[in-house]
Design a protein around this ligand. Sequence first.
Ligand code: ASP
Length: 354
Amino acid sequence: MHYKKDNIITSAKNAPDSSVLIIYTGGTLGMVHDSSGALIPFDFASILDHVPSLRLLELNLTVIAFENPIDSSDITPTDWIEVGHIIKENYDDFDGFVVLHGTDTMAFTASAMSFMLENLQKPVIFTGAQLPISSLRSDARENLITALEIASGRGGTVVPEVCVYFDYVLLRGNRSKKVESLHFDAFESENYPVLAESGVVINYNQAVIHKPEGDIPLVFHESFDNNVAILKLYPGISRKAVEAVFGIEGLRGVIMETFGSGNAPTVSWFKEVLEDARNKGIVIVNVSQCPGGRVLQGRYGTSKQLEALNVIEGADLTLEAALSKLMMILGEEEDFKVIRKRFIEPICGELSLN
Ligand code: ASP
């Protein structure tokens, strides 16, 4: 992926002391209608024409835009790594970062980014919009301006986390989930409190914001193995369907989306297929289809069997966090015991131990 850094904008008149890097990857926020009415990305260098009020923000803003902005449905781990590299290379020069990203897969990228940027000490705020910035009723302006304000750390509150800011709430990125495709309140974080709410003032929930321990250097992880699959269980799922997933050539890991607190069918063929997968060394993680609550393997007979099959308990992880975490750990490790150990330990607040 190529990106342009030539379109630097400085919106402040009098050398302010806060500087934010905006990374524009694509998505609805930066789109305009073409003559046929279809939404296409606009040249992000002209952002000031669309949001003149950015001039009033008194921040030093720099924009790096993907040369070919993409709809987030086209995002791959290669793009995660690209965004991570941009942050790593510019880490010392900015107080914070705002990543403009399509909402559809924002929770995946934000989760992946939280694992890539270990020991993060600066805000990385993802945002986007449900309506393009060119549209009169767009939510883009508020999302962008408040995300910039939060990323700047001005006013003394620094949120040293990868977050999603959307529709007046700031969420931990690896706890967030897109839950709405039409209304403006597109994101939720069912298993973790909001980090801040924006109204007349931005109210930070200090008690739940991660505090870094000392001045530890950033550790960058950039190896993701996408030889993984998601298996969503449903009543009536057939042996053929389950075998087809576990039979994928080169498969190393499966996120199994189970029922309720981690329950799965007890029919004997299901156990046999999972046993076979375990013997082939495929790592299986149990996450729940419920957005709230947690997996408790062994609570019901229908999940107890999974323990014996070496299925890893996904606790209260979102699907997005579980998938990107598994990809990263598989990118770095071979040994099952190490993979399991790293998976069940929280890296940056993505799961609660109990
Ligand atoms: N399809 C768009 C995307 O995710 C939707 C959005 O930006 O909100 O890129």
